[in-house]
Design a protein around this ligand. Structure first.
Ligand code: HEM
Length: 479
């Protein structure tokens, strides 16, 4: 047959589920060494074909609508959490329109207002958080970053009305919703298990909170001056002339917060752990702000972020080695020949892209395992070969229905995906993370608890590549 080589396994259904699940990047790298960029393994009884490297990324992420389908894979996890009729519980064309509505709300004007909101939330959090009470001490950083992420994202993206409800009860409900996002739910999403009951109750309650808010705001009419995401979605109309119904607005709001929460909170945790590992970089970040913004460090503005290249590179480099999404999957809808090979992927397979593999490949990133934010400077010895050897000029763009994105996705560095399912939250995430980092280095110096420079391992059991917990670091207030 023309199927790609199959990874050997002992048991029919389990296949390679355990070795893959424990450490996907190592699993990919080992099998790539054996088989090359394209191979198949059995994941929970399903033949799953991995396509790696820049051309594999392009093959999967730029697959045509007639060939690949995301919703078929993701809906069992996302629909009970987000709710009906949005994202993966509707035809792709509708998702493209929904992404356009969400993306249009994320304007430069909105971003300008988000930086002070986020700065304030971070500063306020450090003031009131019991774990940061002393002049110095030890904190379990992922827990703190999860809270900072939800307070900053809910305030900026969801507006102050929803943010104020977060302190009271929404945070606990979101925690229950979260429990639906677990790998066992790929199989047990339907089961009346305790966490699924909590998930369903939380979904109904959170959606109702949003829908009540929508009704209140509509009743306020012109008195409601806030121009936030919810307001924007409330005023959006599909191409066929229907207004976006309230329950879809509510479900999109949940989807936005969930999409942003895990990825941003995992990324900010890794950033802080890396800064604790390399305190001299944290000092450089502080000095960068002093030099560019002045020793009095005035309140951060949107325009300031672009003037802090090291602060930006921290995000880029952390996403290179700690991209929160290690496996991007698609159902195969028609037999797909893999360009440049004799392989044809049958419709019984699932396709899997793993852009994290090419992002840590020495062919594109010299000294790939080193977390070196300075590699994003052109003259660095570790500068990516893609930047040094090929400047992508006048890159061709395409519109899948939610705005222009790069047409080609044969890149080794795609932490935000590519093609019709590409992330619309990239700019928001960058702004949020850059602001959180800039504020944190103003307040604290971090180091590892033992003063060394080891790094904690990755927890792959949670669908997102976040740090194992507890992940403690030592902080000390700046004078
Ligand atoms: C899609 C990564 C933050 C909203 C994606 C995809 C990736 C990704 C890889 C593509 C998934 C696929 O092809 O199956 C990230 C990372 C983030 C981040 C690394 C932060 C560091 C956010 C934020 C939001 C968001 C903050 C919301 C404001 C979305 C949406 C999609 C998406 C709506 C589209 C899903 C689709 O079209 O199927 N993201 N994301 N993301 N992301 Fe993000």
């Amino acid at each position: 047959s023309n199927e790609p080589p199959l990874v050997f396994h002992w048991f029919p259904f389990i296949g390679s589920t355990v070795t893959y699940g424990m450490d996907p990047p190592t699993f990919f790298k080992e099998n790539r060494a054996k088989f090359g960029d394209v191979f198949t393994f059995v994941l929970l009884g399903k033949k799953t074909t991995v396509a790696m490297g820049p051309s594999g990324n392009d093959f999967v992420l730029n697959g045509k609508l007639k060939d690949v389908c995301a919703e078929e894979i993701y809906t069992v996890l996302t629909t009970p959490v987000f709710g009906k009729d949005v994202v993966y519980d509707c035809p792709n064309a509708k998702l493209m329109e929904q992404k356009k509505f969400m993306k249009i709300a994320l304007t430069t004007e909105a971003f300008r207002s988000y930086v002070p909101i986020i700065s304030h939330e971070v500063t306020d959090y450090f003031k009131r958080c019991a774990d940061f009470k002393g002049k110095s001490g030890v904190v379990d950083i992922p827990k703190r970053m999860a809270e900072i992420t939800i307070f900053t994202a809910s305030h900026a993206l969801q507006g102050s009305i929803i943010r104020n409800k977060f302190d009271v009860s929404l945070a606990a409900l979101y925690h229950d919703l979260d429990m639906g996002f677990t790998p066992v739910n790929f199989m047990l999403h339907w089961a009346p298990l305790p966490w699924n009951r909590k998930r369903d109750h939380a979904q109904r309650t959170v959606a109702k909170t949003y829908m009540d808010t929508i009704v209140e705001r509509r009743a306020m009419g012109d008195a409601d001056k806030e121009l936030d995401m919810m307001k924007h979605l409330m005023n959006s109309t599909y191409k066929n002339g229907t207004k976006v119904p309230d329950h879809e607005v509510a479900h999109m709001m949940i989807a936005l917060l969930m999409a942003g929460q895990h990825s941003s909170s995992s990324t900010s945790s890794w950033i802080m752990l890396r800064l604790a590992q390399y305190p001299h970089i944290m000092e450089e970040l502080y000095q960068e702000q002093v030099k560019v913004l002045g020793a009095d460090l005035p309140p951060l503005k949107y325009e300031d972020l672009a003037k802090l290249p090291l602060n930006q590179a921290i995000i880029k480099e952390t996403l290179r080695l700690h991209a929160p999404i290690h496996s991007i999957m698609r159902a195969v809808k028609s037999p797909m020949p893999v360009p440049g090979t004799k392989y044809v992927i049958p419709t019984s397979h699932t396709l899997l892209a793993a852009p994290g593999v090419s992002a840590s490949d020495p062919a594109y990133f010299p000294n790939p395992d080193a977390w070196d934010p300075h590699r994003w400077e052109v003259d660095s010895p570790n500068a990516p070969t893609i930047i040094r050897n090929a400047v992508v000029e006048d890159e061709e763009k395409i519109d899948y229905g939610y705005g222009l994105v790069s047409k080609g996705s044969a890149s080794p560095y795609l932490p935000f995906g590519a093609g019709r399912h590409r992330c619309i939250g990239e700019h928001f995430a960058n702004l949020q993370l850059q602001t959180i980092v800039a504020e944190t280095v103003r307040h604290y110096k971090f180091r590892n608890v033992d003063g060394g420079n080891t790094l904690i391992g990755t927890d792959y059991a949670s669908l997102f590549s976040r740090p194992l917990e507890p992940a403690n670091i030592h902080y000390e207030e700046r004078d």
